[in-house]
Design a protein around this ligand. Structure first.
Ligand code: SF4
Ligand code: SF4
Length: 446
């Protein structure tokens, strides 16, 4: 093969890489490396392509590219920053940490280094390991994926105006219904502050609910701010109640979850919802944000299904119009017990919506099994407490199961201290089922 062929392959591969035609780029780099196995640029780009799809062989290709790059044509600062970002986006925290150490050892400098370093270090408020009775072994912890602070997910409403089929409100009967009252909320908030004297937790005002349904929501946000804590709201925005007052209260973060701009699709994935109402409420939300000069970070969370992924550009453009961010994520089946019943083919699971999921629970569990050692703890129990509208505690935000492992016995947040709540979490029988099927939330380390 001639040098001309090699150059052609490299330039075609680079173009495919730039256009995000990842599979084609990968094949072209492999072909180029068959001609010259020491081509540093090809080794590096192939390495990043592999890491993007969670193939850790990419790590070695990147190390080889640096070894072969005798003329220093690869900018080490940019290259290592990119590698760390890819690893973090795929929840390879431990591998990302190794590259952070590499950057420090080699005295690399790039603006994001200190932030990336923060994202791989275990926060001071967390123990680094925990003994797991169900596994009879020590489990490691890590810097949480979901939040850099301890999270209290407080369902200020029991219930929702919609019935999404991937949510227990839509796929389970007998979900609790009610509104959290101001006295209870304040008592919970005060206990949170007492139990976290050296750390400011993050307060999520939702779990399986539409928080705008609670008339006291603006006051709750103000109280959180007064206590120097951060607040986060997620809404389906099918109602406009309290948008003004909420923006005046200035929550830290506000996510609007949508799936599609086509009503015939939206009304299936967000059953009972009306996308035109949501769009008109975008306008109200943006106006209220501007009127009160709220510093709230607002973004559209786009749920990706097979029949909604084609709308990514369109929904991003709509979010841009209002100055909102855009964050797509694959829709998954919730709660965990529903995903488990789909994996095991238990009961009547004829929802239909699972046909539109990119990641069927069976695929998730199989993929996770390949990429998890089983030595890592679940962050939904080490970094989060989920509280229901009546002050009772759930095992975690991914399940509707009570923290109490005893049928018909609730555990109330105000009646147990933090250590007692931790003990109940780590003794709960459902965690074994969940972890054995790799449905828990943890990092990838294989
Ligand atoms: S809008 Fe949210 S809380 Fe309501 S049913 Fe849908 S997923 Fe559940
Ligand atoms: S192991 Fe599963 S059930 Fe237990 S806390 Fe984690 S996600 Fe929830």
């Amino acid at each position: 093969m001639s040098a001309q062929t090699l150059n052609q392959l490299l330039s075609e591969a680079a173009e495919c890489y730039r256009l995000n035609l990842t599979e084609k780029a990968e094949n072209l780099y492999i072909a180029a490396l068959q001609i010259n196995p020491n081509q540093a640029g090809a080794l590096f780009n192939l390495g990043t392509l592999l890491l993007r799809k969670s193939d850790l062989r990419g790590d070695q290709f990147i190390k080889d590219s640096f070894a072969q790059d005798s003329k220093n044509e690869i900018d080490r600062n940019k290259a290592v920053e990119l590698v760390i970002q890819i690893l973090l986006s795929n929840a390879y925290k431990k591998h990302a940490e190794e590259w952070v150490r590499f950057a420090e050892l080699n005295q690399l400098h790039f603006p994001a280094l200190s932030e990336l370093k923060r994202q791989v270090e275990i926060p001071a408020y967390l123990e680094k390991t925990i003994f797991s009775p169900e596994k009879n072994q020590l489990l490691e912890r890590y810097h949480p994926i979901e939040s850099s602070s301890y999270v209290y997910a407080i369902d200020v409403v029991g219930g929702c105006n919609l019935r999404c089929p991937t949510c227990p409100v839509g796929n389970q009967s007998q979900m609790p219904k009610g509104i959290m009252q101001p006295k209870l909320f304040l008592e919970i908030l005060e206990k949170i502050c007492r139990e976290n004297p050296n750390h400011n937790p993050d307060i999520w005002l939702f779990n399986w609910s539409e928080p705008l349904l609670n008339p006291h929501l603006p006051d709750f946000i103000k109280q959180i701010r007064e206590k120097n804590l951060t607040s986060f709201i997620s809404s389906n925005l099918n109602i406009s109640d309290r948008i003004e007052q909420v923006m005046e209260a200035n929550p830290n973060r506000f996510k609007v979850s949508i799936s599609s701009l086509k009503q015939e699709v939206y009304e299936v994935t967000h059953e009972r919802g009306d996308i035109q109402v949501v769009i008109s409420n975008f306008e109200k939300l943006a106006e209220a944000r501007d009127k009160y000069q709220a510093s709230t970070e607002i973004w559209v969370g786009h749920h990706l299904y097979k029949n909604t992924i084609e709308e990514m550009q369109q929904i991003k453009a709509l979010a841009d119009d209002y100055g909102f961010g855009y964050r797509p994520s694959y829709a998954i089946m919730a709660p965990i017990e529903k995903a488990y019943s789909l994996i095991k083919n238990l009961g009547d699971n004829a929802l239909g919506i699972e046909q539109q999921l990119f990641l069927h629970p069976k695929t998730i569990t199989e993929n996770n099994k390949l990429r998890r050692s089983g030595n890592m703890d679940c962050e939904l129990r080490f970094n989060m407490t989920a509280i229901n509208y009546d002050g009772s505690v759930s095992l975690c935000c991914g399940t509707t199961k009570d923290l109490s492992d005893t049928v018909d016995k609730k555990t109330y947040f105000l009646e147990k201290n933090r250590v007692e709540l931790e003990q109940l979490k780590y003794g709960h029988s459902f965690c074994s089922t969940c972890m054995n099927n790799n449905l828990h939330l943890t990092i990838q380390d294989l």
